[in-house]
Write a protein that binds this ligand. Structure first.
Ligand SMILES: Nc1ncnc2c1ncn2[C@@H]1O[C@H](COP(=O)(O)OP(=O)(O)OP(=O)(O)O)[C@@H](O)[C@H]1O
Ligand SMILES: [Mg+2]
Length: 340
């Protein structure tokens, strides 16, 4: 126990008659010193008992006051620490945001600069393949086609990077118009049928008999449909790909299912994240950046729709679907089924 100097001085000058310890549990936190009684009587047993009770109450009160004081001090210290840490975090956050903006700006500029020469390469290679500069020897033709394909992949990558930088900076613009989704899907299937033929797998699509009118940015939805069918072809070695489109309640319901490599259960929740590829995907198909589905999700959500993946597991095929709202009022049809 530490003696308070004032108390020590007092005790030396006035000889106490009774010293009552102040105990909290087994800890002594002080003593109360009593001088002689005013009446001059000596302290009897009853007095001692009363003093014991009083001292235990005083000890608890003192202990509580000390604890309260400590808590108050700790609180002040904590508030200061929290404010300092918050300020540090805000500073770090501002710096990170600046870095992120610089990164997005860089990707955007680099992608823009890459797009023009890639488009020029595509144009010339296409003309060569079509024989615009004379007939090519079969080996040249074959190898030139590989150049064409690789260039297409680069264009696809640059397009995705540009889209992501636009999405992240809030600069992605949509040109919504009333369109028939049936036409978009049919033209993408036709475009990709060559790729599936080359892989010797089927690509089936039975277009719906009716129009499926939606309010969409045709170019963006086209990109999503291309990526889903392209993925299905890419990740299927045997069997093939089935595309379906139909109305379901107030939604257009599009699905691509395949008999390909399937998706492990633990990969399913991550597929729509940026740069996410399934565990074994890069072994089966080295090309691909894992951006297509991320961009697709953004596009579909901007159309107030939903996109998801289903698979029973590895080697069990996959199914990717999206829905977007139908335009409430479908255009009236003539008796021949044509829209007027
Ligand atoms: N039909 C499918 N079958 C099996 N796995 C698939 C299928 N579609 C997508 N995946 C998995 O989802 C991942 C992400 O697909 P996503 O389209 O985003 O990227 P990617 O095809 O790898 O590259 P890219 O950016 O060129 O589209 C793929 O890498 C693959 O692991
Ligand atoms: Mg893809």
């Amino acid at each position: 126990m530490v003696w308070n100097p004032v108390a020590r001085e007092y005790l030396l000058a006035n000889i106490p008659r009774v010293l009552v310890p102040l105990n909290v549990k087994d800890k002594a936190i002080g003593v109360i010193a009593f001088g002689a009684k005013e009446s001059g009587d000596i302290y009897n047993q009853e007095d001692i008992e009363v003093l014991k009770v009083i001292s235990s109450q005083v000890a608890i009160a003192l202990e509580n006051a000390t604890l309260y004081e400590q808590t108050k001090k700790f609180n002040i210290k904590l508030t200061k620490e929290v404010s300092r840490a918050t300020a540090d975090l805000q500073q770090a956050n501002t710096e990170l945001r600046k870095l992120d903006e610089a990164k997005s700006e860089f990707i955007s500029i680099a992608s823009h600069q890459l797009r023009t020469p890639l488009t020029v390469i595509k144009g010339y290679v296409s003309m060569m393949l079509e024989g615009s500069f004379g007939k090519l020897a079969p080996t040249v033709d074959e190898n030139l086609y590989k150049v064409y394909e690789s260039n297409e992949r680069l264009i696809h990558l640059v397009e995705n990077l540009l889209n992501i930088s636009r999405i992240e900076s809030g600069r992605l613009q949509f040109n919504f118009a009333k369109e028939d989704l049936t036409d978009t899907v049919a033209s993408v299937v036709e475009e990709l049928s060559h790729t599936s033929e080359m892989k010797k797998i089927y690509l089936k699509y039975s277009p719906p008999k009716e129009q499926i009118m939606v309010d969409m940015d045709e170019e963006k939805i086209r990109q999503v449909v291309i990526n889903l069918i392209d993925n299905a072809i890419k990740y299927t070695k045997k069997g093939g790909v089935t595309v379906s489109l139909q109305k379901q309640a107030d939604k257009a319901y599009f699905c691509v299912s395949d008999s390909g490599m399937g998706i492990a259960e633990k990969d399913l929740p991550n597929l729509f994240k940026k740069f996410s590829r399934g565990k074994d995907t890069s072994i089966v198909h080295t090309e691909g950046t894992g951006l297509g589905l991320f961009v697709g999700k953004m596009m579909i959500e901007a159309h107030k729709g939903k996109i998801w993946a289903e698979s029973k597991g590895t080697a069990q095929g996959s199914k990717f679907c999206f829905t977007i709202p139908l335009i409430n009022k479908q255009p009236p049809k003539t008796l021949e089924g044509k829209v007027v």
